[in-house]
Design a protein. Structure first.
Lengths: 168, 505
């Protein structure tokens, strides 16, 4: 299986063959990759020992190693093809979901108004902290499903934003 | 009762501090009673206490803040003392009074000391009588023209603060005299709309100031001492993240001066038990009283490690009416201690709180490492309470040794299942400014960034991460295809029964 893995804008071509051998950019690498239970993994490569906590976050793979978090994208051949057809891998979903249960403090978005990417649309209070939820894309506010004082659950849909091109 | 003998302690609290108090009580051979809300049945404090009583719903107002229920639990279980911990009812003078009226010992200061120190203006005027320096400022209730004169007298920059405000709301810094009138109008308008009270006062704005606090211990026999300072300047949105004892900024002379001031401040309210005097210290080492916290602090362990004194145990001893163990103020701390607050917050996403189950927790150990926690693998972090998972504290002969041990401990610590701020601490402990001890209270918010590390990841680091991520994705894919394809060795129950029958023949 051939993969293209992207981390910090760097691109690695990695092949895992049917015997489990690992090739990076065509060169074989000595790799021992072991699950230690849960999302904890041990990796020994060229005698160097690493530990990593690896979690799946909706298609993105978060790797926590040596105190740093890395976001990796691992694409197989089919995904590469799909991406080329779509012409990019920008996630264009304009949905703002509640990242945790909490109480809506304020709705700063206005129906029909234009919002910039990263603009605060909702303020959600949870664990005694006020959190600003931001628009993932630039566009127009199409629907608001929350009001101040409302209690919400994790992943509740709060605001929908439509990209100006209509491509959502 | 403020002091007296007792043989059982009720702890109306949860999380790591409840566990901390249970441990102190157990060391003294005193049984404890824990209380818990619907979502805390599995919590560590419930497991470790001798008795545990369910008190209501998950919201604090339905459980940990229910004074009536808590007093009823004390009556029912025969608890003769209450240790409130921090947060919840710890600084509620009414509750302290109710507890004492019941004839139960309150392990803390008197209700009047709590009430006075809890009221900003009352606290200022009370400590002032004992010669404690205050941040230069005006009284409340002054008209605009008088405030402008006062601001000029104090000297710019100044801070306009709402009398009814708190936590940064209704605060406005003013750098120059010509901007004052406009900012004053805005501040009054904001305060009026936020609190229905447009009254403001003016305070000197200290630039580059540090937050340094002194631990106080006082018993009912007239002894009041201090146990040195804690450096708490590493904070974000007024929430402390890292604390140290001692402070790189405080030499013996300053410690003596500030310690004497802290004792004077505590004595101004006849303080008994453990308390903390919080101060601002400017670049020229001028120090000012900020407030007194009339309880045990979250960051008390750093003081414990450099003094060898168990503060929670001393609190109990003092409440029993005995003389406290230490008799003299501490001017020479033993070594250095650092505490990192491990919170369920994502430092890569604006410190967004994270909730969920801690699927796995692997704690750091080894020389000089202490962890005060209230969770374990399988614990739930709910949205109802604060985001503190644990406090990681290290000790060393020197600040460098304590920092190196902290870096080692942070690297060993694994928490899985939710986002946490260990990467923040690792990044902070690599920053040159922190290592050099050069920071003030604005450091984290103004000069620190999770996108910049002292060192960029090397090419080989990135490659290693790429291998790990790819192999992870590869295995996930294989697992997924196995689930879809029929398993090879799958046998129906009928076939399995047939084979089993044949075997038994």
């Amino acid at each position: 299986m051939k993969y293209v893995t992207i981390i910090n804008e760097r691109r690695f071509e990695i092949e895992v063959d049917s015997d489990g051998r690992v090739l990076i950019d065509g060169e074989e690498r000595d790799v021992d990759f072991l699950n230690l239970g849960g999302s904890l993994f041990s990796l020994i490569t060229e005698n160097k020992s690493f530990e990593a906590v690896i979690d799946d976050d909706e298609g993105r793979i978060d790797v926590m190693m040596r105190g740093r978090q890395f976001e990796a994208q691992v694409l197989d051949e089919r995904a590469m093809l799909l991406m080329q057809r779509r012409g990019g891998m920008e996630d264009s979903s304009g949905e703002v979901l509640a990242p945790m249960p909490g109480l809506i403090v304020a709705v700063t978005a206005e129906l029909g108004a234009a919002v910039a990417k990263g603009q605060t649309v909702i303020i959600l209070e949870s664990m005694k902290m006020q959190n600003e939820l931001k628009s993932p894309i630039a566009g127009l506010v199409r629907a608001i499903h929350a009001e101040p004082g409302q209690a919400v659950d994790k992943n509740d849909l709060l605001v929908e934003i439509r990209a100006p091109t209509g491509d959502a | 009762m403020q002091t007296g003998p007792f043989n059982k302690i009720l702890i109306p609290n949860r999380g790591e501090i409840a566990v901390r108090i249970i441990r102190a009580a157990r060391d003294l051979g005193i049984p404890t009673v824990a209380v818990y809300s619907d979502v805390d049945r599995r919590a560590l404090h419930v497991r470790y206490a001798d008795e545990a009583v369910h008190i209501g719903g998950p919201r604090p107002a339905e459980s940990y803040l229910r004074m009536d229920k808590l007093i009823e639990v004390a009556r029912r279980t025969g608890a003769e003392a209450i240790h409130p911990g921090y947060g919840f009812l710890a600084e509620n003078a009414d509750f302290a009074q109710q507890v004492m009226d019941e004839g139960i010992v309150w392990i803390g200061p008197s209700p009047s000391a709590i009430a006075t120190m809890g009221d900003k203006q009352a606290a200022r005027s009370t400590v002032k009588r004992n010669g404690v320096p205050l941040i230069p400022g005006t009284e409340a209730g002054m008209p605009d023209d008088e405030l402008i004169h006062a601001a000029k007298r104090i000297g710019f920059p100044v801070l306009i603060k709402a009398v009814a405000g708190g936590g940064g709301t209704g605060m406005r810094p003013v750098a120059r005299a010509e901007d004052f009138a406009e900012s004053l109008a805005t501040a009054r308008r904001e305060a009026e709309s936020a609190f229905g009270n447009g009254d403001v006062y003016v305070e000197k704005l200290l630039l580059g100031a540090r937050h340094i606090e002194f631990q106080i211990l006082a018993d009912a026999h007239g002894n009041t001492i201090h146990l040195g300072e804690r450096e708490c300047s590493i904070q974000r949105r007024h929430q402390k993240l890292v604390e140290e004892a001692p402070s790189v900024f405080v030499d013996r002379e300053l410690r003596e001066e500030m310690g004497a001031m802290a004792i004077a401040a505590a004595e101004s309210v006849g303080y008994i038990n453990a308390g903390t005097i919080e101060c601002m210290v400017d670049r020229d080492k001028n120090f000012y009283f900020l407030e007194m916290n009339t309880r045990l602090q979250v960051e008390h362990p750093v003081t414990e490690l450099v003094t060898g004194i168990d503060l929670a145990k001393e609190q109990i001893r003092i409440a029993r009416g005995r003389r406290m163990g230490p008799t003299e103020s501490l001017l020479e701390p033993k070594g250095w201690a650092i505490e990192c607050r491990i919170n369920a917050e994502d430092p890569y996403n604006n410190f967004m709180p994270s909730t969920g189950t801690i699927t796995t927790q692997i704690l750091p150990t080894g020389p000089g490492v202490r962890v005060d926690g209230g969770v374990y693998s399988g614990s739930e972090i709910t949205p109802y309470y604060d985001s503190l998972i644990a406090k990681l504290i290290t000790w060393g002969e020197t600040r460098s040794e304590a920092m190196l041990r902290m870096r080692r401990a942070l690297a060993e610590y694994r928490i899985m299942g939710l986002k946490h701020n260990i990467p923040f601490h690792i990044n902070l402990l690599n920053s040159i400014s922190f290592i050099a001890g050069q920071f003030d209270t604005s450091f984290v918010e103004r000069r620190f960034n999770m996108n910049t590390y002292e060192q960029d990841p090397t090419a080989s680091d990135l490659e290693t991460v790429a291998i790990a991520a790819t192999l992870y994705a590869h295995r996930q894919r294989q697992l997924a295809s196995q689930v879809v394809a029929p398993a090879k060795r799958d046998a129906s129950n009928w076939k399995w029964m047939g084979r089993f029958e044949r075997m038994r023949r």
